[in-house]
Design a protein around this ligand. Structure first.
Ligand code: FUB
Ligand code: ZN
Length: 685
């Protein structure tokens, strides 16, 4: 099996170098198939593969549109993406270097003396960063960034052993631990490889370069498949941290090699030759049949990534037991496990889902990676079914619980994304680096891939899921060229003008997403009103579309006050405010002097002075709409008061009016470290 386990360092370095030379060979030299050729004989068009390549997936209702086909121009996401590619991605590369992530590779080929640094999953940081670059380059070449990434990829593949094994942690003395049951459980070997595949595929789809992809295939074909799997002559695997499943299925889609799909199915099924305590199957969210699950539990990122892999598996196999389980888990998500921000994973302890309705605010974990996993899963469910409810979750997570994860200047990151915060506890919520730095490059790959989430095509037309200034330059599934242009100030304003221009007049359906939060939506086609817009559905506009057609959308953006299910005890007696897709919060720094944030309430009594007054502040937090609200502050501050006292009904006389200012949640913690809350007490009557 892993011969490298017993090699001396000298032998190891020598063979690693020869493997590096092999890594430069085109894929056919190693695997007997011409570069870009799929197993079914067709030729891969790597440039035109989307975030997911589902064009041949029999049970995917929608196809992805390649990232390069959508150009997001200036506006909300345009600004975020500029910062991502100009600041976040380059600064993260420097941090990866500075924190030894590349030395971990270089040491193994004698190019660095630095000791191993970082946790067992440190290689994945480099792969996620590579994936971010891959997506960024899909939007247009950046020669310097490409050259740097090529160099990094070469440094990575240089350490691959002849067996195909590639991991910088289980080397030297630790090599003998490879794939031991406890290492499978905690060692992240499969997790690292899953991220390597995703990074390799994104980079391949940007450049056609298969160097990293070849290395992934060598790992799977040379090391894993001959030794591990369901057969009696093979050892069992426990994936430990789901991730590998979706990596393998994308590898299947990229190469057409069914063995990768089958291997993913094996992971999703679990292997009962491995016996761990019951809690392991909860925490790791793998190891037992995925289809036996009825509840989201355990480590949130693991659960979300497992759901991604399972949805991918359903799209390839049509196995309805998977779909049934996915539907059950999704209902669990949206009825009792998801924050209003789209964040998931309530507990810090175990970075885990809590019990149903356990959604604390101040102690919320809401890891950025988990919100990203939520978006990725819902993207797969949307792709499988074409149902708008999944796009609603994507938008909620993206604008709020994901977008909060990166500072406005793109250099600081949240690991936790709580919905209430008091800095007096000493918690630094945004940091440039974490030793477990899973979230920063995850955020970077997400923002870099964003153009790929705007549209999908179907047999009968095209779907628009997200709104922002952008140009789609693509085609219908019958090959007819299609240009779609969006002009909007979304999410600040609910108007969107969409130019729809097929290369020739063509009958098709343009599915326009009417967000679940919207009400009173008005839709026009070439100035004529169209009825039928229903919140939380796609409006099907079927006609002969011709160059110059224009769809007008106007979503009501009046702020909405939300209350949580009463079972969410932490939100009881409190409300949250949402405007369009954005959830709002209060930060202490915006409130009038002398007002203590944790002693205020929103005043929603029928005769209260005013509900919410909107003000565009171009010079604040990158340009935001703030909401002003005349609320109430308790005359007697609660701090220092009795912990318990006889109950007395609240009376207006105990309060004084105070003008409160709310900002979008994603923008919190970008100024001084200050108190924050999303769910605020309310005076109702
Ligand atoms: O275990 C790898 C990553 O580190 C997980 O996905 C995150 O939750 C963090 O624990
Ligand atoms: Zn993370």
């Amino acid at each position: 099996m892993a011969k490298g386990a017993s090699w001396s360092r000298r032998e190891f370095v020598g063979t690693a170098i020869s493997t590096a030379a092999a890594g430069a060979l085109p894929i056919h030299s190693l695997l007997g198939a011409p570069t870009g050729a799929l197993a079914d004989g067709s030729t891969a068009n790597w440039k035109d593969e989307g975030v997911l390549f589902v064009d041949k997936s029999p049970y995917a209702k929608l196809r992805n549109v390649p990232v390069h086909a959508v150009t997001i121009t200036e506006g909300f996401w345009g600004a975020r993406r500029e910062i991502n590619v100009n600041s976040s991605i380059p600064s993260m590369e420097k941090l990866l270097e500075a924190n030894g992530r590349m030395d971990n590779f270089l040491r193994l080929v004698g190019k660095s003396d630095a000791p191993q640094k970082g946790p067992v999953y440190s290689d994945s940081d480099v792969y996620k960063w590579t994936e971010a670059v891959g997506f960024a380059l899909q939007s247009g070449d950046r020669p310097e960034l490409r050259a740097l990434t090529e160099k990094i990829i070469k440094e990575v593949v240089a350490v691959q052993e002849p067996s195909g094994y590639l991991n910088t942690y289980y080397v030297g003395d630790k090599a003998k631990m490879r794939m031991e049951p406890d290492v499978q459980r905690w060692g992240h070997e499969m997790y690292n490889l899953g991220h390597m595949m995703q990074g390799a595929i994104a980079y391949y789809r940007a450049t056609g370069d298969t160097t990293l992809l070849d290395a992934c295939r060598r790992f799977v074909d040379g090391y894993l498949l001959p030794n591990f799997g369901p057969g009696a002559d093979k050892k069992p695997i426990f994936s430990g941290h789901p991730e590998m499943e979706m990596g393998l299925i994308e590898l299947y889609r990229t190469t057409g090699e069914k063995k990768y799909l089958d291997f993913a199915g094996y992971f999703l099924q679990g292997d009962d030759r491995i016996k761990f305590p019951k809690r392991a199957y909860v925490y790791h969210f793998c190891g037992i049949p995925f289809t036996s699950r009825t509840h989201l539990e355990g480590h949130a990122v693991r659960a979300m990534y497992a759901c991604c892999g399972a949805t991918d598996y359903y799209m390839e196999t049509g196995d309805t037991t998977y779909l049934k389980t996915l539907n059950t888990l999704w209902e669990d998500l949206v009825t009792s496990q998801m924050y209003v921000t789209g964040g998931v994973g309530a507990r810090s302890d175990g970075e885990a889902f809590g019990d149903s309705y356990e959604l604390p605010n101040f102690t919320a974990y809401g890891e950025s990676c988990a919100a990203i996993g939520n978006m990725m899963w819902n993207w797969r469910m949307l792709t499988a079914t074409g149902e708008a409810k999944y796009a609603d979750v994507i938008e909620r997570a993206l604008y709020n619980g994901i977008n909060s994860g990166m500072s406005l200047d793109g250099t600081l990151y949240c690991y936790r994304n709580p919905l209430g915060f008091d800095p007096s506890g000493g918690d630094h919520i945004r940091n440039p680096w974490y030793d477990t730095t899973c979230c920063p490059p995850n955020l970077e790959r997400t923002f870099a891939s964003l153009p790929g989430y705007f549209y999908s095509t179907s047999k009968d037309g095209v779907y628009v899921h997200l709104y922002d200034n952008s140009v789609l330059d693509w085609h219908l599934e019958d090959g007819t060229g299609l240009k779609i242009t969006q002009k909007t100030k979304y999410p600040w304003d609910g108007g969107v003008e969409i130019g729809v221009s097929p290369a020739k007049a063509t009958d098709f359906t343009f599915y326009v997403r009417i967000p679940g939060w919207s009400n009173g939506t008005q839709v026009t086609v070439n100035g004529k009103a169209v009825s039928g817009a229903t919140a939380g559905q796609y409006l099907a506009l079927t006609r002969k579309w011709a160059a110059g057609d224009v769809v007008g959308l106007r979503f009501g953006m009046a702020p909405q006050v939300l209350e949580a299910n009463r079972r969410v005890v932490d939100d009881f007696g409190r409300v949250a405010v949402q405007r369009g897709p954005l959830v709002y919060c209060l930060e202490q720094v915006d409130q009038p002097a002398g007002t203590v944030l944790f002693d205020v309430a929103l005043d929603l009594r029928p005769n209260a002075p005013g509900k919410f007054h909107e003000e565009m502040k171009s010079d604040l937090l990158g340009g935001i709409v703030v909401l002003k609200h005349v609320g109430a502050a308790y005359e007697k501050p609660s701090e220092g008061g009795a912990l318990y006292k006889p109950y007395a009904a609240a009376s207006a006389a105990q309060d004084r009016a105070v003008e409160l200012t709310m900002i979008p949640y994603y923008a919190w913690a970008n100024r001084a470290s200050t108190q924050m809350q999303v769910w605020t007490p309310v005076i109702r009557a």
